[in-house]
Design a protein around this ligand. Structure first.
Ligand code: KG4
Ligand code: ZN
Length: 344
């Protein structure tokens, strides 16, 4: 049984996990920094790097302790070394290299987005997706579609040309005067709202495009709340106080637009790639509305269990097992890189 210690520090979560044989999660520790970034309504890179430095050692210790595993018993160290905020990535990469070098263990650098796709494999007793599959990563930093011939043979086929969908959730939450991260808050409010109350735009970028755009939708919500410039309306510069049902209707209508765009793109990609299943990962894959909407999809849809939707280290330790089996190790010169290996 190979036990891999995973490290994650790509954005604002410091995480470590021990995963056995790529499937059994022995521990999964996540130190969220959300409270540090909440007043800025988004991640402040400098604050994130500093918090990673403070969190990394306690998180690593906790992950080993919860897994009842000594460092000597670990077979390899994995780290998400791309994509992400460079200052944040450097903390995880440095910790992983230090452990690998000092303990004489193999180092395995993985792509964070790739790990989000692989997180569906952490569902207990779930069968593996059938390939070719369409991969979709929907998170705060990424919204992209992939052609997956296997979990290793992955190619980017479409991505956002502006905001990521999770970023749009966070910004809409800020426009509505709600908290950060916005996704879970809007998701909850949407449950009691009417998704047909306001017709927000669905940006599809042409008949054949597999790319996404969410900035127009975000601006439409802003104009709906504060008035449309140039239309003789009074633009409200200050935060607008909205009633409970108005907040619910805006949330549900915004969410309905996001889900319709995502579903349309999934259908397009599935048809074009002759897909047999859909694999979804990333923070927004926790969205209840999206999960519900895709229950009726024409192909089997694989979601990660809820704890593995948002950033975590279990998903990278699990993915690293594929590389471990092939003895595909990284050199100690492994770099932190801002771009995904699947970038255009
Ligand atoms: O995967 P993740 O933790 O980080 C990135 O790799 O970016 O995703 C975080 C994003 C945030 O934008 C957050 O608002 C969104 O995922 N999110 C959700 C939900 N839970 C988290 N968005 C919609 N519905 C949710 N339930
Ligand atoms: Zn992520």
């Amino acid at each position: 049984m190979a036990r891999i210690l995973g490290i994650e520090s790509t954005c604002d979560e410091t995480a470590a996990a021990v995963v056995a044989d790529g499937r059994a999660v022995l521990s999964n520790v996540v130190a969220s920094q959300a409270h540090l970034h909440a007043k800025y309504r988004g991640v402040v890179p400098e604050i994130a790097s500093r918090a990673h430095i403070e969190n990394i050692l306690p998180v690593l210790r906790e992950a080993l302790q919860q897994a009842n595993t000594a460092l000597e018993e670990i077979d390899a160290i994995s780290v998400a070394h791309r994509p992400g905020l460079i200052g944040s990535l450097l903390i995880g990469v440095t910790a992983a290299k230090t452990l690998a070098w000092s303990m004489g263990k193999p180092l395995i650098g993985v792509d964070h987005v790739h790990a989000h796709l692989y997180s569906v494999m952490l569902a207990e007793n779930s069968p593996s997706p059938t390939f070719p599959a369409v991969g979709l990563v929907v998170s705060g930093g990424h919204t992209a579609l992939y052609e997956m011939k296997s979990f290793v043979d992955v190619q980017l086929v479409g991505s956002t040309i502006d905001d990521a969908v999770g970023e749009a959730y966070d910004k809409v939450s800020a426009i509505l005067g709600l908290g950060y991260p916005g996704g879970p808050i809007i998701d909850k409010l949407a449950e009691s709202g009417d998704g047909g109350a306001i017709r927000f735009p669905r940006t599809l970028l042409g008949r054949d495009s597999l790319d996404f755009s969410f900035s127009g939708l975000k601006t439409a919500v802003l104009y709906h709340v504060r008035g449309v410039p140039g239309k003789g309306q009074q633009i409200k510069q200050v935060q607008v106080a909205l009633g409970e049902s108005e907040l619910a209707n805006i949330s549900a209508s915004f969410q309905a637009a996001c889900i319709e765009v995502i579903t349309t793109k999934l259908k397009r990609a599935a048809k074009r790639l002759g897909a047999k299943s859909i694999v979804i990962g990333g923070g927004v894959s926790a969205n209840r509305g999206l999960r519900q909407a895709l229950e009726k999809f024409s192909l089997p849809v694989f979601f990660p269990p809820l704890p593995y939707c948002t950033d975590n280290a279990a998903m990278s330790a699990a993915l690293a097992h594929l590389f471990y089996e092939r003895k595909d190790f990284s050199p100690l010169s492994l770099d932190a890189l801002p771009q995904s290996r699947f970038s255009r």
